[in-house]
Design a protein around this ligand. Structure first.
Ligand SMILES: Cc1cc2nc3c(=O)[nH]c(=O)nc-3n(C[C@H](O)[C@H](O)[C@H](O)COP(=O)(O)O)c2cc1C
Length: 345
């Protein structure tokens, strides 16, 4: 498979954007090996985005730039006080002052970020939590980008197709990190990749990309046989040399006994991570946590103090259910292992 795919990369494989766990370095390493590398931009301001895009541009590789498109909720003092009260015993235990007030950890896509993007015109732009407002989406389309977004149900996939997505990522329940849901927010309505994918393929006229639980060539082969036009893989890249995965996160990923769960404790949004102390004691889902993305601030000091002592008790340890593809090796090795799934026979 040497001719470029509809994504512009040699392989129909996207190294999933993973905010907080990577920068342009992983995207470039995966890109050189034939995948489409992704730059997660949810935690970047305009200046940081420009720097990262310059680095990517110098590589000469195609890339996917990824944004969140949530609406930031108004702070609610009473709710934050309840969340701070729930966390107060941990602050006392770690010898820290009262929790910080809630604050947005992740910024939604905006005209200011679109302006930066226009100078670089990446061939692929992906969104999580739906699509941006029509004028902003039109701006991205005018750049000539192929627009992707994640769907967790057939209803969301149909909505994305009707509102201008060029391809849809079918994100099964196995996926690590945040659920991309925006219409069907109850995970009870959502299915695993092998159930969701063929349903979305049957319902849509545009290409479908499979995501969630794909860790080896066999997983790639199964998704392609179910009608996927490409696959998007995140968790399998988390131990790579070029990833920025923290030491406590790497240690948890390497423990085969540690199960994952969906939790809202770290950001307020539902995301899959390895179960740790705070998830066991306060969740994994706790209605007191402020809504996405406001919950992050109060846990920040606990996380920093614990991580400095080598503990992941208060850290988001994002992971999909399938860690069998993780390798403490160059990203090129992971791409090569997955690429065998595209070879027929
Ligand atoms: C550490 C981590 C961070 C993630 N951050 C993002 C992100 O910033 N944007 C996004 O669209 N998806 C994000 N995701 C979800 C991925 O796009 C994808 O759906 C998921 O990794 C696929 O499942 P897998 O992890 O089993 O391969 C993240 C996933 C992980 C594991």
């Amino acid at each position: 498979m040497n001719s470029p795919t509809f994504l512009g990369s040699r392989l129909p494989l996207i190294q999933a954007p993973m905010a907080g766990a990577q920068d342009a370095g992983l995207a470039i390493a995966a890109g050189h090996a034939g995948a489409l590398g992704s730059l997660p931009a949810a935690m970047l301001d305009a200046a940081a985005l420009e720097r990262a895009l310059r680095t990517l541009q110098a590589s000469g590789l195609p890339c996917n730039v990824n944004f969140f498109v949530h609406t930031t909720p108004a702070p609610d003092a009473a709710r934050e006080a309840r969340w701070q009260a729930a966390l107060a015993p941990y602050y006392a235990e770690l010898g820290l002052d009262t929790p910080a007030a809630a604050g947005a950890s992740r910024q939604p896509f905006s005209h200011a970020l679109a302006e930066v993007l226009e100078a670089f015109r990446p061939p692929v732009v992906s969104f999580h939590f739906g699509l941006p407002a029509p004028d902003l989406l039109a701006r991205v389309k005018r750049m000539g980008a192929c627009v992707l977004s994640s769907a967790t149900t057939v209803r969301e996939a149909l909505w994305l197709q009707a509102h201008g997505a060029d391809a849809v990522i079918a994100q099964g329940l196995e996926a690590g990190g945040h659920r991309g849901h925006f219409l069907d927010k109850d995970p009870a309505l959502q299915a695993g990749t092998s159930t969701l994918l063929p349903q979305v393929v049957a319902a849509l006229d545009i290409p479908v990309i499979a995501a969630g639980g794909i860790g080896d060539a066999e997983g790639v082969r199964t998704a392609m046989a179910q009608g996927a036009s490409a696959v998007q893989v995140g968790t399998a890249f988390l131990l790579c040399d070029e990833a920025l995965t923290s030491a406590v996160h790497r240690a948890a990923l390497q423990d085969p006994r540690s199960p994952t769960a969906l939790t809202n404790l770290f950001t307020g949004g539902l995301a899959r991570g390895i179960i740790n102390r705070i998830m066991r004691e306060q969740g994994p889902v706790n209605e007191t946590a402020p809504p996405f993305p406001l919950a992050t601030a109060a846990l920040g000091p606990l996380r920093a103090k614990a991580e400095a002592a080598g503990s992941g008790d208060f850290s988001p340890l994002w992971s999909g259910t399938n860690r069998s593809g993780c390798r403490a090796a160059p990203a090129a090795d992971v791409v090569q292992a997955l690429s065998r799934g595209f070879v027929s026979g």
